[in-house]
Design a protein around this ligand. Structure first.
Ligand SMILES: C=CC1=C(C)c2cc3[nH]c(cc4nc(cc5[nH]c(cc1n2)c(C)c5CCC(=O)O)C(CCC(=O)O)=C4C)c(C)c3C=C
Ligand SMILES: [Fe+2]
Length: 344
């Protein structure tokens, strides 16, 4: 029987929360032309001269707050998830090998692929842990994997799971978490807040083929036909599917986009603006869910759990709760396992 290698890839993480490691991580991450898509020299000046040196101070303090005994949450949950997946494949008597990689810093994509190469895998399945396709995340992982593998003598069969925003296993896993919080916290509104991307990234898709993303001449919010490579369309569809699974009616939820960086317009509605509006509208008990992150990280625990909570309360909101992410829950590991098996 031939051996399959699975590479689970998350965004990345600094080696420690110390400022010098955070600066190194931010520099590698933001120098990726799929993340900040401006000419190289402009990006170099912006990232090396301004963002990495200055932002690293704030981000280092934030990582310090989050850091777990064995590393950053993304790393710890990622490793636990991979161990659980390996266990599930072993139980099935399967020859599949599962490895973890980070797109930026360690363990690198190259080290993950090399481990699979040492096991003589004949087929590789790459699962970037991002449910909705974006060039900055899934596209970047795919590009890196192809760059590395293209240099191998034997190129195995290779497959990318480049979007699972509507996979029933993922939807059910999030819906169970939301349902449990709805029963316990009794919110009168649920906000689905996704990581944002610059609007320019949607325009870039149109340059490739305008059938793949018709934004802004579309209604991602309502459309039945999802444009799965249009990140905004996929996010609205994920919301719709989780809402249907949890029995939330349309007036009880909103979708928005967070983590804006820089001055160019990002996809809207913005989470901070939406939270202010909801508070001012009299929503007294808000539950925030963040389905673009399958593990808790800076953007969930601190940006939502602290900054947006403060904003909600400052603007007259009352109770604010946040649904914990899927992390390395057994149910999530089983969901990923089923998703992988169904695609293999
Ligand atoms: C969920 C998918 C993500 C998309 C899409 C995405 C786009 C994107 N991100 C930045 C800039 C930053 N992102 C940062 C952190 C961060 N981003 C994601 C995921 C997506 N990013 C995750 C999971 C994390 C958390 C990492 C962790 O906690 O370890 C950061 C670093 C933190 C900070 O400085 O605020 C930056 C910077 C851009 C420009 C972008 C769009 C193309
Ligand atoms: Fe990000």
């Amino acid at each position: 029987m031939s051996t399959t290698g699975i590479l689970i890839v998350n965004l990345g993480t600094p080696d420690s929360y110390k400022r010098k490691d955070v600066k190194k991580y931010l520099a590698e991450f933001l120098m990726d032309g799929r993340v900040i898509d401006i000419p190289f020299w402009k990006r170099f000046l912006l990232v090396r001269g301004i963002i990495a040196p200055f932002r690293s101070r704030k981000v280092s303090v934030e990582y310090n707050k989050l850091w777990l005994e064995n590393g950053s949450p993304l790393m710890v949950y990622g490793q636990q998830l991979v161990n659980k997946l390996q266990g599930l494949f072993n139980n099935d008597g399967d020859e599949t090998v599962v490895e973890l990689a980070m797109r930026y810093q360690s363990p690198s994509v190259e080290s993950g692929l090399n481990k699979l190469k040492e096991k003589a895998v004949e087929r590789i399945v790459v699962l970037p842990l991002f449910p909705q396709y974006a060039s900055a995340t899934v596209g970047s992982v795919a590009q890196k994997v192809m760059e590395i593998i293209s240099k191998w003598e034997v190129i195995p069969s290779i497959e990318f799971i480049n979007d699972y925003h509507d996979e029933p296993e993922y939807i059910k896993a999030f819906a169970q978490k939301v349902e449990a919080d709805m029963q316990e916290k009794k919110p009168n509104h649920v906000l689905f807040s996704y990581h944002g991307i610059p609007e320019r990234h949607l325009e870039n898709i149109q340059k490739q083929n305008n059938k793949l993303c018709t934004w802004p001449n579309c209604q991602c919010e309502k459309e039945n036909k999802v444009q799965r490579f249009c990140y905004r369309s996929a996010c609205f569809n994920t919301t719709k599917l989780i809402a249907a699974e949890t029995g939330l009616s349309e007036e009880k939820y909103t979708t928005s986009f967070q983590s804006r960086l820089g001055k160019s317009p990002w996809i809207k509605p913005y989470t901070d603006v939406t939270i202010e509006e909801l508070a001012k509208k009299g929503i007294k008990n808000l539950l925030v869910v963040s389905p673009s992150f399958v593990a808790d990280c800076l953007e969930t625990t601190l940006e939502i759990g602290e900054q947006y909570k403060e904003l909600f309360i400052e603007n007259g909101g009352g109770e604010f709760n946040f649904t914990e992410s899927l992390n390395a829950d057994d149910k999530w590991a089983e969901a990923v396992y089923k998703m992988l098996v169904s695609k293999m």
